[in-house]
Design a protein around this ligand. Sequence first.
Ligand SMILES: NC(=O)c1ccc[n+]([C@@H]2O[C@H](COP(=O)([O-])OP(=O)(O)OC[C@H]3O[C@@H](n4cnc5c(N)ncnc54)[C@H](OP(=O)(O)O)[C@@H]3O)[C@@H](O)[C@H]2O)c1
Length: 239
Amino acid sequence: MTIALVTGGNRGIGLEVVRQLAQNGMTVILAARDLAKAQESAAALAAEGLSVLAKAVDVSDGESVKRLAADVEAEFGVLDVLVNNAAAYVDWSETASVADIDSVRAVLETNLFGAWRMSQAFLPLMRKSAHGRIVNVSSGAGSHGDMQFGLTTNGGASASYGVSKAALNGLTSKLAAELASTSILVNSVCPGLTATAPGMEAMGARPVSEGAKSVVWAALLPDDGPNGGFFRDSKPLAW
Ligand SMILES: NC(=O)c1ccc[n+]([C@@H]2O[C@H](COP(=O)([O-])OP(=O)(O)OC[C@H]3O[C@@H](n4cnc5c(N)ncnc54)[C@H](OP(=O)(O)O)[C@@H]3O)[C@@H](O)[C@H]2O)c1
């Protein structure tokens, strides 16, 4: 049995990643900060015949993360795949010169420290897996090479979100280097512009099934797959 865990699994890309991992035969823990929402989403997938169970986690809360890790250890004793998908953002017009630092900190608390504390909490369980995979769901917004939404575009808008994703990519590099001699692969993935909010199709966003596929690819990598990379649709992205 392969056990996967997806944060922010109750909606959007996270929910579809849960579905696709389960369709690949995994038992998937759908983790959301609101347990009722997790249960509702998990029940809908279970009704499709998929092996999905609901758990609560707020990745910005260290105690909540520790509780979940203890719970998963007691129930499964191992974790094979961790998808750090949960993310927060401020309004997209936010620029660095005037950003409210408390809001910036809140974004980093989820997008960077959330993924970091989830990785720390679950690494002991992932070291027990023969094929551990950590997927940090990042964004072209954190890239110097993305000329549409990247760090150097749009007059610096989406400042804290872009900085958080660049920092998340840094975490991917550091963790991957540290774990290079283990069977755990750590990668960052951008799902591409994906329609998870009203009106996004009009901006050219693609369906969640495609955004999620980009993420799931990194969870299904073979043992000789890449480690410490940044990808979209299985192709390397510039940092
Ligand atoms: N959509 C895109 O075009 C796009 C493009 C590039 C990258 N991405 C990345 O892809 C991922 C998913 O994006 P999305 O569009 O599906 O996002 P979304 O629709 O905004 O959903 C975000 C998810 O994260 C959860 N979340 C937020 N803060 C959390 C916390 N502290 N603890 C636990 N869960 C938390 C939300 O839970 P609640 O339901 O409780 O709010 C929700 O489930 C994100 O990492 C995003 O940065 C998305």
